[in-house]
Design a protein. Structure first.
Length: 234
């Protein structure tokens, strides 16, 4: 559909059916399939197709629920023939609670808050400690070492200034806190949970520089080159 010009997407509706409650100890599995693609439809947004996906969830061998999700894949009406300049990446929202983090990024430092009461480290930045409630804090600079705790690969929907597919990781820093950022230096389909990564700062334009994490697995990183990356940060 993308190759045929139906590049835009909008969610239209979803249906959920719960067949039994989930209980501690249940082993949950699911199958996801494209259930149907409609005939071409003309809508106010443009001409396109309604695509329905279905997820069947099981608890052990028992059906536990069904989730149907329907989108419209369409070619926008009145699309401009002249390609518009590539959009800039979104700017981070900086306020009094996180300004210190972004000041650190500007110095190529990844700063973690440390509670002045109990000493707990926290990320992302908060005005007070979520362990003891203390409002006093200072910062420690992260060593930059981490591992991929979890990740997703972004395929759709496409956003301006981003080139999917790319890997977005939940990175566990060696200090024990976790942050979301991009995993670079390795093909997106080679990212794995537990993969060691190292902090670096990547510039996207004259104003925007973001912390990202590069794979330390040199043997893997050399396969297939570098995937497209997205922005990260606190």
């Amino acid at each position: 559909l993308d190759e045929a010009g139906y590049t835009s997407v909008v969610a239209t509706d979803c249906e959920q059916e719960y067949l039994r409650p989930l209980r501690p100890g249940d082993e949950i599995t699911f199958d996801a399939v494209i259930e149907s693609v409609s005939e071409p439809k003309t809508t106010k947004l443009g001409r396109g197709f309604f695509v329905t996906t279905r997820m069947d969830v099981r608890a052990g061998s028992e059906p536990a629920g069904t989730h149907r999700f329907r989108i419209l894949k369409y070619a926008p009406a009145g699309r401009r023939k002249q390609q518009e300049p590539k959009a800039r990446r979104p700017r981070p929202v900086i306020n009094r609670d996180n300004a210190g983090f972004w000041e650190g990024v500007g110095r190529h430092e990844l700063l973690i808050q440390r509670c002045g009461g109990c000493g707990a480290l926290r990320f992302p930045w908060l005005p007070g400690c979520n362990a003891c409630g203390c409002l006093e804090w200072d910062t420690v600079e992260a060593s930059g070492d981490g591992t991929v705790y979890s990740y997703v690969v972004m395929h759709h929907p496409p956003f301006p200034a981003f080139d999917p597919p790319y890997a977005v990781g939940l990175i566990e820093l060696s200090e024990g806190v976790r942050m979301v950022s991009n995993v670079v230096g390795v093909p997106y389909d080679k990212v794995r949970i537990g993969m060691p990564v190292r902090l670096e700062f990547q510039r996207y334009d004259d104003e925007l520089e973001l912390p990202v994490f590069r794979s330390d697995e040199a043997g893997v990183a050399g396969v297939g080159g570098e995937a497209g990356v997205g922005g990260g940060g606190g």
